[in-house]
Design a protein around this ligand. Structure first.
Ligand code: PEP
Length: 253
C-alpha cells in the first residue's frame, strides 16, 4: 500500500514575514512526488500571511499550512489561546500537537494532548501527534513503554478508527535540535514498534497512518531515513528555516 508521505516544517518561534514570502516562492519551484504533501507550520501571526501569499503565488494545494499548537477548548475566556476553528478559518489543514517542547516546557500531559487531538479532528484538522522518549528513557530501555503511554490516551479518546485521520511524528527528544539523529536502523525499529502498536488494535488503520521521523533531519541525512519501510517522511525543525535546504528535502522525498 502506498501511504501518504509528508514533509512538515516546524518553524517553532522563528521566522518572519520575509521568510513567509521566500518560502512560498522557494516551494513554488519544487516538483513534488505524487504521494507527497508538504506542510509548513509557522507561528500563529504568520498563518494568515502564509495562506494569502500561497493564494497570491498560486501555490500547489499539496503544499499546505499547519499550526504548531492549539487549545483543547472551543472558545471563551482562555487568554492567549488559539482555537481549532480559528486555525481552519485561516486555512490551516494540519496542527502539530504534543511536541516535546510543549510536553516538557509547558507541562502538557498525554491526556491533555489527547483532548487536543479530539478537538482538532472535530474541526476537520489533521493532527500531527508528536511522541518520543528522552535520552535517559532510551538508555534505561523505556522507549517502548513511553511511546505506548503517549499513544494509548489518544486511542482511548478517539478510538482506533479515527487514527486514519491522524499523522504520528516520532521525535526522540535527544535528537531534537541537537544535531544527533537516530540511525536509520534505530528509527526504523521504533517506527515498526509504533505501527505494530496500532496494528494490535487495527491492522487496516496501522497500514494507513503516516509515521514521520523528526530530530535533526537535514539535507545530509534525510534520504537514508526516508528510505526506511515504516518512515513516511519527516518533521523538520532547524533545516526548515532554510528555503534551499527545505526545498531539496521536499523535492527528493
Ligand atoms: C522539531 O522541532 O520538531 C525538530 C525535529 O527540530 P530539529 O529538526 O531542529 O531537530
Amino acid at each position: 500500500m502506498t501511504r501518504q508521505a509528508i514533509v512538515a516544517a516546524n518553524w517553532k518561534m522563528n521566522g518572519n514575514l520575509s521568510l513567509v514570502k521566500e518560502m512560498v516562492s522557494g516551494l513554488k519551484q519544487v516538483t513534488l512526488a505524487s504521494n507527497v504533501n508538504v506542510v509548513v507550520c509557522p507561528s500563529f501571526p504568520y498563518l494568515a500571511a502564509f495562506s494569502a501569499e500561497s493564494a497570491e503565488q498560486s501555490l500547489s494545494a499539496t503544499i499546505c499550512l499547519g499550526a504548531q499548537n492549539m487549545s483543547e477548548q472551543q472558545s471563551g475566556a482562555f487568554t492567549g489561546e488559539v482555537s481549532s476553528e480559528m486555525l481552519t478559518e485561516v486555512s490551516a489543514k494540519y496542527v502539530i500537537l504534543g511536541h516535546s517542547e510543549r510536553r516538557t516546557l509547558y507541562k502538557e500531559s498525554s491526556t491533555l494532548v489527547a483532548s487536543k487531538v479530539t478537538k482538532a479532528l472535530e474541526a476537520g484538522l489533521i493532527p500531527i501527534l508528536c511522541i518520543g522518549e528522552s535520552e535517559e528513557e532510551r538508555i534505561s530501555d523505556q522507549t517502548e513503554t513511553v511511546l505506548a503511554s503517549q499513544i494509548q490516551p489518544v486511542i482511548d479518546a478517539i478510538g482506533i478508527e479515527k487514527f486514519s485521520g491522524v499523522v504520528i511524528a516520532y521525535e526522540p527528544v535527544w535528537a531534537i535540535g541537537t544535531g544527533k539523529t537516530a540511525s536509520p536502523e534505530m528509527a526504523q525499529e521504533t517506527h515498526a514498534f509504533i505501527r505494530q502498536y496500532l496494528a494490535n488494535e487495527s491492522q487496516k488503520i496501522a497500514q494507513k497512518v503516516p509515521l514521520l521521523y523528526g530530530g535533526s533531519v537535514n539535507r545530509g541525512n534525510f534520504e537514508q531515513l526516508f528510505a526506511q519501510t515504516d518512515i513516511d517522511g519527516g518533521l523538520i525543525g532547524g533545516a526548515s528555516l532554510n528555503v534551499d535546504e527545505f526545498s531539496v528535502i521536499c523535492s527528493a522525498a
